[in-house]
Design a protein around this ligand. Structure first.
Ligand code: SF4
Ligand code: SF4
Ligand code: SF4
Length: 259
């Protein structure tokens, strides 16, 4: 009989909600633990083996200290496949909303004053791919059950995870929602990775982009539309920053500069 692949679930800076999303799949948990040899998963088990080499590492959270950088590199060395698990790991998520504004030290001082950090040196938060090779990612904040279970099934069976690369708008249209953009409400659905089932626009709330950006997002077109509707550059940038993290801020700032 073929050996079961080994799996590790590791966590850095975030709310731990991505790991919780696995535990929330109560009907499938026994199947997951039966199909894989789970070696590390602190939110689920007490007998963790930190030194274990694993076939698949699911890594949640972004990187906030030099110590975490080293820990992430150690996970990379132990894992055959490393997956950025959720938005924090993939693009920084909410804690990266002010990345690159040049005020990180000022904000840090406001919170921590002159406190000395002896164990680890804090830094502006960054997604995993800025430090190690990432072999794939599972989108979402947190990832949705159906897409995550599909990705886990693929990984356990030796295939790379696939994800929906169409915008939230597609799922929104399937639900026959009236488009919020047509009502001049700032919705980021056209730029955002689908897979969540468009719960926000279905409740008359705009998409704020928590699943991350689709590969072929047309930022210029969305910005043009929002500016036509009277939103200021500051309002637009603030909204994009909310979940866009490091990956989007430079791009959007550059496009806004040109307008
Ligand atoms: S991606 Fe969202 S749910 Fe997952 S750890 Fe980050 S903040 Fe929490
Ligand atoms: S409401 Fe938002 S997600 Fe839905 S179709 Fe309009 S822009 Fe797209
Ligand atoms: S904010 Fe957008 S991507 Fe996130 S759950 Fe709502 S509709 Fe989906």
């Amino acid at each position: 009989m073929k050996d079961k692949p080994s799996l590790g679930v590791y966590s850095f800076t975030g709310c731990a909600g991505c790991q919780l999303a696995i535990l929330d799949c109560e009907d499938q948990l026994v199947d997951i633990f039966s199909a894989a040899n789970v070696r590390v998963f602190y939110e689920a088990m007490s007998n963790n083996d930190d030194d274990a080499k694993v076939d698949i590492a699911l890594v949640e959270g972004s990187i906030n200290t030099d110590e975490q950088q080293e820990e992430l590199k150690a996970v990379r060395e132990k894992a055959k496949i490393l997956i950025a698990f959720g938005s924090c790991a993939h693009h920084g998520c909410v804690q990266a909303m002010a990345n690159g504004d040049g005020k990180w030290e000022e904000r840090f001082k406001k919170v921590y004053g002159d406190a000395e950090f002896t164990v680890a040196k804090p830094m502006e938060t960054r997604p995993l791919h800025e430090f190690v090779k990432v072999d794939g990612w599972i989108p979402g904040c947190p990832p949705g059950a159906s897409q995550m279970l599909k990705a886990l099934t693929q990984l356990i069976n030796g295939s790379p995870p696939t994800y929906t690369n169409s915008a939230v708008c597609l799922e929104c249209k399937f639900k026959e929602n009236e488009c919020l953009l047509n009502k001049h409400i700032m919705c980021l659905g056209p730029l955002t990775m689908g897979g969540c089932g468009a719960p926000c626009p279905s409740q008359n709330m705009p998409c704020v982009g928590c699943w991350g950006i689709i590969d072929e997002a047309n930022h210029a077109s969305e910005l043009k539309k929002l500016m036509e509707y009277g939103f200021s550059k500051e309002e637009i940038l603030r909204r994009f920053r909310l979940f866009g993290g490091s990956d989007i801020v430079d791009k959007v700032s550059e496009l806004l500069e040109a307008k």
